[in-house]
Design a protein around this ligand. Structure first.
Ligand SMILES: [Zn+2]
Length: 492
């Protein structure tokens, strides 16, 4: 058989097989070419190509890759990339105004500009019963997360009327078409004894496009009813930017250079970590068109690039949680939009053992995501939450109310284990006793000259005012070393 004939025969083998699924000829132990579809092709035995020596020997070209030199981790940490897509610090009402806006509201709220907390879907669905979680995961666009300020397992015990007040607020939004909406409480997968434990949100479902657009545009709803102030958040699939926290004696408040040294030490560890390298290499192979794979000349280069967007934030001990740890928070652009790929690389990074910076002080990698107990942000501790006392006209919770709730949280014994005094006397009204009538200025609260005093004189049928609660709870303060001063400056 001539070489031309053999070539023709090879081509025949391939072209016959390629009529169905794409597949390649394979080589068996004795060197013959076989094919997945061979059973369908009748080939006389004497025509099987079986001469190894006869195959053309094509030398594999030697590829010379330039050696990759690791950058200086300190320099690498100085100017984090991807400023344009950094998701934090965005404010409400900055997207385009929805085509249809409400004509008014029967329950007033403070209509103003605030920062919107960034909370991923996986955190909103944390500890949500698996039936609910699956449903919401699969139909995320049909739901809005209604995240009460100070939400958590103890929230409904502390504020038995708050869910009804949120419902009444939505009911009172003057929109022609709101759909047949419902506000569904999250059922916990497991009851936990932590007052602040997830699930945190209620879920709004069945609302019209107009209602949905308005709620997500406005996003922050400070309401007067205690416990009812809430954020309206989409259930976004985007993996969040939180990677880990650093704890240990290397973490302390101080100059920028200390943070950069910590970041440099962490990057050095990530760059040389075999597990991280393995995950990133697998990602490059699976996603050769991804930015990470296209730009990098080697897996280690890709790992370095992965950390280019990392940012480090210092958080003091959270006095509202009774926590005395100083922490650095590491945020960075997710490697992948795919949740499991992102979880894989995050888990590898979180597996890094305790390490030291150049000064010899230790850092521990901590994957705990417990952020602010009030708004759930990762970026600040509870006592630095920007929402309480944001200024005149603020309808939402005051510093005193938070103090009351924080004390309650400390004494909480778990779901339904506690009967608060307000539960016995307040009943469960359908809706709060609002100020009546539609607010002429789209709900901007007016006439609250003094937050402390606004609980008084609001009708006899309303149950205890906020002041009554504070009086009952105010014997000792829980703020510890960071106790706010009388003028509230401790919150700044
Ligand atoms: Zn907060």
């Amino acid at each position: 058989m001539s070489i031309t004939e053999r070539t023709a025969k090879k081509q025949k083998l391939v072209s016959t097989a390629s009529s169905g699924t794409i597949s390649r000829p394979e080589e068996t132990e004795d060197g013959t070419l076989t094919h997945k579809n061979d059973s369908l092709i009748q080939i006389p035995d004497n025509e099987v190509i079986d001469e190894r020596e006869s195959r053309p020997q094509v030398p594999i070209p030697k590829r010379t890759m330039p050696p990759y030199t690791l950058p200086d981790p300190l320099e690498h940490s100085r100017t984090p990339s991807h400023d344009d897509v950094f998701p934090y610090g965005k404010r409400n009402k900055t997207s385009s105004v929805p085509a249809v806006m409400p004509a008014g509201y029967s329950v007033p709220f403070t209509d103003d500009n605030y920062e919107v907390p960034v909370i991923s879907k996986s955190r909103i669905l944390d500890n949500v019963h698996h039936e609910q979680r699956t449903l919401i995961n699969d139909n995320a666009d049909d739901f809005i997360a209604i995240l009460p300020f100070g939400g958590g397992q103890g929230w409904s015990d502390a504020y038995p009327n708050a869910a009804g007040a949120i419902r009444a607020f939505i009911d009172g939004i003057d929109l022609e078409d709101k759909g047949s909406w419902d506000l569904v409480p999250a059922r916990p997968a497991r009851a936990r004894k932590d007052f602040w434990a997830a699930p945190w949100a209620l879920f709004l479902t069945g609302c019209s496009t107009d209602l949905r657009n308005f709620l997500l545009y406005q996003a922050v709803f400070p309401l007067h009813e205690p416990g009812a102030s809430f954020f309206a958040l989409p259930l976004s699939d985007d993996p969040n930017w939180f990677w880990l926290k650093l704890t240990g004696d290397g973490v302390s408040e101080g100059k920028e250079v200390k943070k950069l040294e910590a970041m440099a030490a962490l990057k050095r560890k990530i760059w040389s970590n075999k597990d991280v390298l393995k995950v990133v290499r697998a990602y490059q192979a699976k996603e050769p068109q991804s930015e990470l794979a296209m730009k990098a000349t080697s897996p280690q280069h890709a790992v370095v690039d992965l950390t280019k967007s990392f940012r480090i934030i210092y958080n003091p001990p959270d006095t509202h949680r009774g926590n005395n740890e100083h922490r650095y928070i590491i945020l960075g652009r997710p490697m992948s939009q795919d949740k499991s790929e992102q979880a894989g690389v995050k888990s590898a990074v979180q597996g890094i053992k305790p390490f030291v910076s150049r000064s010899g002080r230790f850092f521990n990698v901590n994957k705990d995501t417990s952020g602010c107990i009030w708004c759930k942000s990762d970026l600040h501790v509870s006592q630095d939450c920007p929402y309480p006392n944001v200024g005149e006209g603020w309808c939402g919770p005051t510093r005193e109310e938070l103090e009351w709730l924080a004390q309650k949280a400390r004494a909480w014994k778990g779901p339904r284990a506690e009967e608060g005094p307000q539960r016995e006397v307040r009943g469960t009204p359908e809706r709060p006793r609002g100020r009546g009538g539609r607010s002429p200025n789209r709900g901007r609260a007016r006439g609250y000259p003094d937050q402390r005093g606004r609980g008084r004189g609001r009708g006899q049928n309303r149950g205890p005012s906020r002041d009554d609660w504070y009086d009952a709870a105010a014997a000792t303060s829980y703020w510890g070393p960071q106790q706010p001063s009388a003028d509230g400056s401790g919150w700044d």
